[in-house]
Design a protein around this ligand. Structure first.
Ligand code: GUN
Ligand code: ZN
Length: 432
């Protein structure tokens, strides 16, 4: 058995502060004990020191938080970040579909998957719900690379039989390839499957039907797609489905709306959709970086909270411009404020950790660094830049966390741990 013990300051937010005022857990001087990758003790050092007196304890200087969980990201778009000039539909045609066609080459998929996962870890992200491409082997490439790193990752082949030439499947291949991938990967090590129709415009009715049938046949896989992101997209969906009550209803008619669903964006929702998302307990992945980059709009936190929606946070790289969940949390604050809502730093941390874990149905395993959970965590460095150090000098935990979200990014990730093992360590020393 491998036992590791760390002493340091620990912060986690296991529950949404919207629903539970006592959601924040903070120990200024804590002991964290890990056996074979699982947290077996966490508490104040004063409480636990005697019981674990025999252990060798490593001191970590900085703020320990649970590993970030990115609830919506596209690994094949790693090399398409910062593509200039278009909103969603033209951006897909001009930049994204050509880049995704290159994944017909398995070796290319392997190389991008390796870089992508290393970049997640470098940014303190230990888990993610990931879009690959339409190619079956793009999922194998990602899952093999995730397995090699011991990461908890959810993904599933993209379904898009109405996609552009050379980037489409069929309803039949969507079914057979998804079935094969579920058999191959779902529940293996830390990997799990998500049925992944790209969005309504790129799937035929027949293929959406297949997605619903896959979900009915596999009761513990997720549904992952985009919903109501950009105005033109919404108009196109309305035109194709004039009988649907709204965009969400299109998915609902095919059995795609449930507590296992994760819908990215949800910018342009009507009240009926929000009510339906609330009553089905479907998840919403908020992606503020992407929404700014593509001019899609601002997520409505006020309405989402009025309907008590289940929320998580995603970067949506490559429409999102940063892998950093810290930076993305800072943008979520700014997006909320643009509509007059205030997202406090603890709630933003919840969204980036336990909130996303809840969406991905592994909140019992990661996201809060509680006893019994897998020990994925990050060491944040509030001294990472001269300005951060100056701004956080003497600051309390709320101010320090907010400054890390507004001023911090990958530079503030001193170390990343997966199952108690250090998998990323920043080489540059913090400024004196
Ligand atoms: N909607 C359909 N496909 C995509 C995609 O690749 N990125 C984003 N942001 N939205 C989408
Ligand atoms: Zn996306």
């Amino acid at each position: 058995m491998t036992v590791r013990a760390f002493r340091g300051e620990i912060l986690s937010v296991p529950h949404d502060p919207r629903d539970e005022p006592e959601a924040v857990r903070h120990e200024r001087d804590a002991l964290l004990v890990i056996e074979d990758g699982i947290v077996v003790a966490r508490g104040t050092y004063a409480e636990l020191a005697e019981r674990y007196a025999a252990l060798e304890i490593e001191h970590l200087t900085g703020l320990i938080v649970p590993g970030f969980i990115d609830a919506h990201i596209h690994y094949p778009q790693t090399d398409s970040v910062a593509a200039h000039g278009e909103q969603l539909m033209d951006w897909l045609t001009r930049h994204i579909f050509p880049a995704e066609k290159a994944f017909a080459d398995r070796a290319h998929a392997d190389a991008v998957a390796d870089f992508f996962l290393d970049e997640l870890l470098r940014n303190g992200t230990t888990s993610a719900l990931v879009f690959p491409t339409v190619h079956e082997h793009s999922v194998d490439a990602l899952f093999e690379a995730a397995r090699a790193r011991g990461m908890r990752i959810a993904s599933g082949k993209v379904l898009m039989d109405l996609g552009p030439e050379d980037l489409r499947d069929t309803a039949a291949s969507a079914r057979s390839e998804s079935e094969a991938l579920i058999r191959r990967w779902h529940g293996r090590d830390r990997l799990s499957y998500a049925v992944t129709p790209r969005f309504a415009p790129t799937s035929s009715d027949g293929q959406l039907q297949v997605a619903g049938e896959l979900l009915a046949a596999h009761r513990d896989v997720l549904l992952h797609t985009h919903l109501a992101e950009n105005e033109r997209e919404c108009r196109e969906v309305q035109k194709r489905f004039p009988d649907a009550a709204d965009y969400l209803d299109v998915y609902d008619r095919f059995g795609l709306v449930s507590e296992r669903s994760v819908f990215a964006h949800c910018i342009h929702l009507c009240d009926r959709s929000r009510t339906r998302l609330g009553e089905t307990n479907a998840g919403v992945a908020i992606c503020p970086s992407s929404n700014l980059f593509l001019g899609s709009g601002f997520f409505d936190f006020g309405e989402a909270d009025r309907h008590r929606l289940k929320l998580g946070l995603g970067t949506d790289v490559g429409a999102g411009t940063s892998f950093s969940m810290l930076h993305t949390a800072g943008l979520a604050y700014q997006a909320a404020l643009a509509r007059g809502d205030r997202l406090d730093a603890f709630r933003a941390l919840y969204l980036a950790t336990a909130g996303s874990a809840r969406l991905l149905h592994f909140a019992d395993k990661v996201g809060a660094l509680e006893v019994g959970q897998e020990a994925d965590f990050v060491l944040l460095d509030a001294q990472a830049t001269p300005l951060l150090a100056r701004r956080t000098a003497g600051a309390d935990i709320a101010e320090r966390l907010f400054a890390l979200q507004i001023l911090g990014d990958d530079r503030a990730i001193a170390r990343t741990y997966v199952m108690g093992r250090c998998v990323w360590r920043r080489s540059s020393a913090a400024p004196a």
